[in-house]
Design a protein around this ligand. Structure first.
Ligand SMILES: Cc1ncc(COP(=O)(O)O)c(C=O)c1O
Length: 453
């Protein structure tokens, strides 16, 4: 079988083999949100081949999981070796070498000049639930605050924080009690119709002046859950002053600051963690997605003073599994050895520059946002009205897919463009060439059919 090195479209997806598999899945798998007709067979580096032989350039990275591309050789080797030595040994009761080694590594890269401890688990929402428990246990407080537009996962605990779509909540009540939400700093669509910097980050100050003064006693709030850059909500980058104001507020009231780095962590923004761009240090950092290059692993890393000093009070059977720990250690080592934080910064600057050039050229690109390789463009009816345009956004994503470029929906009308950290100029050139052609085509179609642009 030849290496996957370039886009090659043999038929319009879904091809016949893909269709058979999708029909079977529809019959036997619970309803999910599978909205793209790609049935993958194998992946290598930046490319994925589907079951009909189509080869795609992958700028989705498995929703920010395949940060080293598909099947990175050093991670594959580490996991294979571990599979032959020891697959599972229950970390709840006994020890093996790798989970502690990984906790030590994380302690070195997670922000904060203090000793840290880690609980491992398997998914993003597991690590958020862990943070809820760590914050409750160590503060003795019952409430939490999160932000509109945020996504923290879909377990009952994480879902109660999530506020990016009503259908994540609909039909699942009762939720975890004691959660309140405040507006995030979405400057392109300021909820208060103000402008930064003249607003003086009013959206952050509102929390103290209104919510914590008139509504919720701050001494009952255990934690603020904050995404450094809001992910599913639309890749929204708040001003540094917003993060600083929020951090100041949590310190004032003894509230813990939980950084949800599930999507923005492990190098995606060109630093190990998104919060590092904002000069704020969290009390608790939640990590998942890219940590083990696609093997299921997550970690909740916190200041040791918040450790739940009650043996057995919190744990899960698969936590710190030897194979996933080996993959995670190899992932972190590869990022360091191959200087991928630097590459993500350089390639991210290039990608954002190219996206901004397109924004200047096309009326339907309202905003371009991001840091490093965590980038998104927001699609609008036109620049003046800024009206969100989900239909046109979907058309662009699907049109790119047919041309062999995988990009991803994000929020109501944005598109995530998130290649692996080891992507190069040629990948970005190719992706932007396809993206521009499809934006141009879809914009022309919109103009012809509804005359809006
Ligand atoms: C910021 C953030 N937090 C938490 C989660 C939940 O992770 P998981 O889907 O692994 O439960 C996600 C998933 O997209 C996320 O983006």
């Amino acid at each position: 079988m030849s290496d996957l090195k370039e886009i090659s479209m043999k038929c319009e997806p879904p091809g016949p083999e893909a269709q058979k598999i999708m029909d079977r899945d529809k019959r036997f798998m619970a309803t999910t949100n599978k909205v793209m007709p790609v049935v993958a067979k194998r992946g290598k580096g930046m490319y994925v081949e589907d079951v009909d032989g189509n080869v795609y350039l992958d700028f989705q990275s498995g929703i920010a999981v395949n940060n080293l591309g598909h099947c990175p050789p050093k991670v594959v080797k580490a996991a294979q070796q571990q599979l032959e030595n020891l697959i599972h040994f229950p970390g709840i009761l006994l020890s093996q070498n790798l989970e502690g080694a990984l906790a030590e590594e994380l302690s070195g890269i997670v922000p904060g000049n203090f000793t840290k401890k880690t609980y491992f688990s398997c998914t993003g929402c597991n690590t958020i639930d862990t943070a809820i428990k760590v914050a409750r246990w160590s503060t003795g407080r019952p409430r939490n605050l999160a932000f509109f537009g945020c996504f923290h996962g879909k377990s009952i605990g994480a879902m109660s924080l999530t506020a990016s779509r009503t259908n994540y909540r609909k039909g699942f009540m009762p939720e975890m009690p004691g959660v309140i939400h405040a507006p995030y700093a979405y400057c392109y669509r300021c909820p208060y119709k103000m402008e930064y910097p003249s607003c003086d980050v009013y959206c952050a100050k509102f929390i103290d002046e209104e919510i914590l003064s008139k509504f919720i006693p701050p001494e009952e709030v255990a934690a603020f859950f904050v995404e450094a850059i809001q992910g599913e909500g639309g890749y929204i980058v708040p001003p540094k002053a917003w993060h600083k104001e929020i951090r100041k507020m949590t310190e004032k009231y003894g509230i813990l600051w939980v950084a949800d780095e599930v999507q923005s962590g492990i190098g995606r923004t060109g630093k190990w963690f998104g919060v590092e761009h904002f000069d704020v240090v969290p009390d608790i950092t939640c990590i998942a997605k890219g940590i083990a290059s696609g093997l299921p692993m997550s970690a909740c890393v916190f200041n040791e003073k918040y450790d739940i000093k009650q043996p057995g009070a919190h744990a899960t059977t698969f936590a710190g599994n030897p194979v996933t720990s080996a993959a995670a250690l190899a992932t972190l080592k590869t990022i360091k050895e191959e200087k991928l934080l630097d590459n993500a910064t350089k390639m991210g600057d290039l990608l954002l520059k190219r996206e901004n050039e397109l924004k200047d050229k096309y009326e339907i690109i309202g905003d371009v946002r991001g840091i490093g390789l965590m980038t998104a463009v927001e699609i609008v009816k036109d620049k003046k009205s800024k009206k969100m345009d989900m239909e046109t956004r979907n058309k662009i994503v699907n049109s790119c897919l047919k041309k062999g470029l995988l990009i991803l929906f994000c929020g109501p009308s944005s598109i995530r463009i998130i290649p692996a950290l080891n992507c190069n100029h040629e990948h970005i050139d190719k992706a932007m060439e396809i993206f521009e052609a499809e934006v141009k085509k879809v914009q022309a179609e919109c103009k012809a059919s509804c005359g809006t642009v």
